[in-house]
Ligand binder design. Structure first.
Ligand SMILES: Cc1cc2nc3c(=O)[nH]c(=O)nc-3n(C[C@H](O)[C@H](O)[C@H](O)COP(=O)(O)OP(=O)(O)OC[C@H]3O[C@@H](n4cnc5c(N)ncnc54)[C@H](O)[C@@H]3O)c2cc1C
Length: 404
């Protein structure tokens, strides 16, 4: 066994990972933090800052370098998500929708010609991407989706339906729809009445593709836009279909696993910031002639947050290390880590507000925003109830996972 194994930091396993973390941390301090409060207040996606991430090589983290990507792994994705979420989870969510839901999906499931044509544009930030899976009437029950596509005699496809809650669905105040959408649509029905799902690449300007309502007044993640997308006899050329008709279930599941670890990594960033802020506040604030960190009940908030944060960090990076982005089948831990980390992040943010008293309740002190942002992580990319369901189902057929 190599002597160095004890030295490995699971969150920075190689020098490249450490350098990436350092670069993103500097960027967050200099550019992200100064605008985070304003973007939240104004419910505005900072497109300029997002595009700057393209010039830093962050918008195609897992895309091969020949297409303009960084050629990195799931641990790198976790690092970037953690660092961005330390300051601005809303901006991170927009980044996640683009980098992890669009780019990573195309990298692993697109054809060579689709990758050659599209990846350079999304990796540079010239195009903003998103993923359309959820609908007004279906979320968790994804195979019940109603958006459908039919092939015409000339080989093109006609799509009808609506997608709901789409992060980056619009990209500015004018309601400009996303440049490109990774769209799931029903192209058939199996013997159980469930959808056979096919993926389409929908590009801005295609006939019948438009943005619907912008979802306003969200509790959190206000620095990302959320919108409805509308497809009315939308005509899609056959070269914009991904893979074979009806075969998208596998890449839908594979990318959801990646997304869940990425969302869990956002929880690490939120938790680290809340812990840092409650810890320094507990030294600065005095009551009854003492720093409040001397009070047992404050010690409970800080002590429990530390232990939860450390457990979450270990589980997130251990899962990210094991994720093979080209394969599905890692759901037990991708669901497990999101189930654990998201609720823990929300609870740590809650404790930070409590430690900071009235100050914790106002925007300038950051933790109230992180508390609001953290709540979304229990819903988006799969609700915590769906993770409980999946884990229990998987352990019924794979109980040996418990004994490993
Ligand atoms: C800010 C934001 C951004 C989002 N971004 C995107 C995006 O970019 N792309 C995208 O496609 N979607 C996106 N979503 C949608 C998100 O993934 C869904 O909201 C989520 O999957 C839940 O679906 P739903 O809202 O329809 O809730 P439902 O599925 O209707 O669930 C309602 C409640 O019922 C529970 N429930 C449902 N089924 C079961 C069951 N079998 N057992 C137990 N409980 C159950 C749920 O856990 C939940 O508590 C986003 C949502 C938000 C709020």
């Amino acid at each position: 066994m190599p002597e160095s194994w004890r030295d490995m930091d699971i969150a920075n396993p190689t020098e490249e990972h450490s350098m990436l973390r350092e670069m993103v941390r500097d960027f967050v301090r200099e550019k992200v933090e100064p605008q985070a409060l304003e973007s939240d207040r104004n419910e505005r996606f900072n497109l300029g800052l997002f595009r700057e991430m393209g010039s830093m090589g962050l918008l195609g983290l897992t895309a091969p370098p020949e297409y303009g990507g960084a050629g990195m792994d799931a641990t790198s994705v976790a690092i970037v998500n953690e660092e961005l979420s330390y300051s601005d989870p809303g901006l991170c969510l927009a980044f996640l929708a683009h980098d992890q839901l669009f780019v990573n999906n195309l990298v692993h499931s697109g054809s060579d010609s689709q990758k050659e044509r599209i990846l350079p544009k999304v990796c540079s930030g010239e195009w903003v991407g998103c993923l359309g899976m959820s609908e007004p009437n279906q979320g968790t029950d994804v195979l019940g989706m109603e958006t459908s596509a039919k092939q015409s005699d000339d080989g093109s496809w006609i799509i009808n339906g609506r997608k709901m809650w789409i992060t980056n669905g619009i990209i500015d105040d004018e309601g400009t729809p996303a440049d490109i959408v990774w769209l799931y649509a029903r192209t058939g029905t199996d013997e159980r009445g469930r959808a056979e799902i096919t993926t389409f690449l929908i590009e801005s300007g295609m006939e019948g593709y438009s943005a619907g309502q912008k979802i306003e007044d969200k509790l959190g993640m206000r620095a990302s836009t959320t919108a409805e997308l509308v497809f009315e006899n939308c005509v899609v050329p056959s070269e914009n279909i991904v893979g074979m008709p009806g075969e998208s279930k596998i890449h839908l599941m594979r990318n959801l696993e990646h997304e869940r670890v990425a969302l869990a990594a956002m929880s690490v960033g939120i938790s680290r910031r809340c812990l840092a802020d409650m810890n320094s506040y507990a030294s600065e604030r005095e009551a009854f002639g003492k720093q409040i960190r001397n009070f047992g009940q404050i010690q409970r908030h800080i002590g429990e947050s530390w232990a939860d944060y450390r457990a979450m960090r270990a589980y997130v990076y251990d899962t990210a290390r094991q994720i093979d982005l080209s394969k599905a089948g890692q759901r037990l831990d991708s669901d497990g880590v999101k189930l654990f980390a998201t609720t823990v992040a929300k609870n740590i943010a809650d404790k930070a507000i409590q430690v900071m008293g009235g100050y914790g309740y106002v925007g300038e002190y950051v933790v109230e925003r992180l508390w609001r942002d953290a709540k979304l992580l229990e819903i988006g990319g799969g609700t915590i109830e769906s993770h409980q369901k999946n884990i229990t189902k998987d352990l019924s057929t794979n109980s040996s996972a418990i004994e490993q």
